[in-house]
Design a protein around this ligand. Structure first.
Ligand code: ATP
Length: 236
């Protein structure tokens, strides 16, 4: 049970004309891990994550989530997946709290004000929840996006360069939130082109360049994750 692969890339290739954006990529992410997905600009990270989310179809190969092929049964595969894959656009003249309520309503979710408030507090936005998003820093907007993703109660979070443009303090804070999410049992796939952004956080790192995996590493954090996941399973 411990080595449950929740995300599996199996010889995945995406070809755009003559360009192989992703080239025979295979890797797995296991339950409860934070997997760093690292590579320079243009390496194929975004294309890989878009395929994982069913937004782009692989040319060849398969991607499975909880064993379900994303292209065969997209809605089942993605049922428990939350994502931040581009800079989040919020309504500037609504408050943080109003933005979350509005977006959740548009998605047909009736989330209580208490739950929204609790999530905002968790990402450190309690004090500014009633301020217009127009005045939020980039870091605050990224944490608002994280709160929004979490309100959909995912067990997997897919984040494409969520720390891009954050100052060091905001980056540190964002990382702490990801760590807390991991401790609550969420599996996280996190792309970045900056190793130091993710290496202390990640339990696994997948390095890609020119669409190909050029290295994989399991870090020492791995065992503590197993202990956490096991403790949670035993408590359930
Ligand atoms: P970045 O950090 O800049 O987002 P990335 O690692 O996410 O980079 P991708 O955006 O996946 O990289 O791009 C990988 C390669 O595929 C690049 O050479 C890119 O130009 C090419 N590419 C991506 N999408 C398309 C597309 N829709 N049509 C043609 N080529 C594409």
């Amino acid at each position: 049970v411990m080595d449950d692969a929740v995300i599996q890339f199996d010889h995945v290739t995406k070809q755009y004309g003559k360009v192989k954006a992703v080239d025979d990529l295979s890797f797995e992410v296991r339950r409860g891990e934070i997997c760093g997905f690292l590579g320079p600009n243009g390496a194929g990270k975004t294309t890989s994550l878009r395929m994982l989310l069913g937004l782009v179809r692989p040319t060849t190969g398969r991607i499975r989530i909880h064993g379900i092929d994303v292209n065969e049964d997209t809605s089942s595969a993605l049922a428990g997946v939350g994502a931040i894959i581009e800079e989040s656009h919020f309504y500037p003249y609504l408050t943080g709290e109003q933005n979350l309520r509005q977006v959740l309503r548009l998605r047909g979710l009736s989330t209580s004000t208490e739950v929204i408030g609790a999530r905002l507090a968790e990402v450190g936005l309690r004090e500014v929840a009633n301020r217009r998003v127009k005045g939020y820093s980039l870091g605050m907007r990224q944490r608002l996006a994280l709160a929004l993703a979490m309100l959909q109660e995912p067990d997997i979070l897919v984040l494409d360069e969520p720390m891009n443009g954050l100052d060091p303090a905001a980056m540190r804070e964002f990382r702490l939130h990801l760590q807390r999410l991991q401790q609550s049992g969420v599996t996280i796939l996190l792309s970045s082109h900056i190793l130091s952004e993710v290496e202390q956080l990640a339990t696994r790192m997948v390095f890609i360049n020119h669409g190909r995996a050029v290295g994989m590493e399991e870090t020492h954090h791995d065992r503590s994750v197993e202990v956490l996941v096991r403790a949670r399973d035993e408590a359930a």
